[in-house]
Design a protein around this ligand. Structure first.
Ligand code: SAM
Length: 243
């Protein structure tokens, strides 16, 4: 298989992964953990997920989690004490803070996470998290992309699902995680299924030819063309000049 810059990472994880998710909204994860790939990974024992309700570590009678920012400014900031209490017992795990200021999530990061025995994902809310949390209790900061969400839960869900599908036996055909977008540094080619004709729109003839060499050549051509058009930043110089 042609390999991109991440050729040295394992493409399918080898063991069981546990993921802890620290969140103010534990109920957010109810459906994710019960359905599809993630549900199957948990049922098969390849993945364990523990959702840790941060509210339990809140301060005082009202279980307070946030306060106004020092120096002024809008909104509220998540306080260091509740998070320190939640994260100290998880010091042996790889603790990841979800934040727009983190390194953008990509397939290579998911591959790496799928090889870590125990991962802890920390979901922020409000205006963000007191910097002393990241300084003292976090190994890595990860962003879902260059946009701002209301909380880290959607980013944590993306990581849970992205890791689950890399675990052994979870995706029915393991080849499907090896032949998709980003695996060879390119976007996936267009895919089609029945019917061969729909409203006068026909599937490319080559895919019906049964000629595997031609099909492979067509697929590579399509991956290159699509990536050149949409994501030239993913391509090596050699790929950019390949027709
Ligand atoms: N004031 C922060 C800033 O400008 O970077 C944004 C805070 S955001 C409203 C609240 C929380 O949502 C963050 O602490 C983070 O946990 C989460 N969040 C928002 N956008 C995110 C993204 N792109 N990736 C990961 N987490 C994100």
């Amino acid at each position: 298989m042609a390999c991109g810059p991440d050729a040295d990472v394992m493409l399918v994880a080898s063991g069981i992964v546990k993921i802890n998710v620290v969140t103010i909204f534990p109920e957010f994860f109810d459906s994710l953990l019960g359905i599809s790939i993630v549900g199957r990974a948990i049922e098969d024992g390849a993945l364990r997920v523990e959702v840790i309700p941060l509210r339990e570590y809140g301060l005082g009678k009202h279980k307070q989690l946030d306060d106004t920012p020092f120096g002024g400014g809008p909104g509220m900031v998540m306080m260091v004490e509740p998070l320190s209490k939640a994260l100290e017992p998880l010091a042996e795990t790889h603790r990841v803070l979800l934040t727009p200021a983190g390194r953008p999530l990509d397939q290579a990061t998911l591959d790496r996470f799928a090889e870590i025995d125990e991962l802890t994902l920390v979901c922020g809310r409000y205006e963000g998290v007191d910097q002393r949390v990241a300084d003292n209790y976090i190994e890595e900061e990860v962003s879902l992309g260059d946009f701002v969400l209301a909380g880290g839960e959607v980013a944590a869900a993306a990581i849970v699902e992205g890791v689950a599908r890399l675990l052994p036996g979870v995706v029915g055909n393991p080849d499907s995680t090896l032949t998709e977008s980003f695996r060879d540094g390119l976007l996936e080619e267009p895919v089609y299924t029945r019917p061969a004709q729909f409203d006068g729109d026909a599937v490319p003839e080559v895919l019906l030819s049964g000629d595997h060499a031609r099909i492979e050549a067509w697929r590579r051509e399509q991956r290159l063309a699509r990536t050149r058009e949409r994501r030239p930043d993913l391509m090596s110089d050699g790929e950019k000049s390949e027709s």
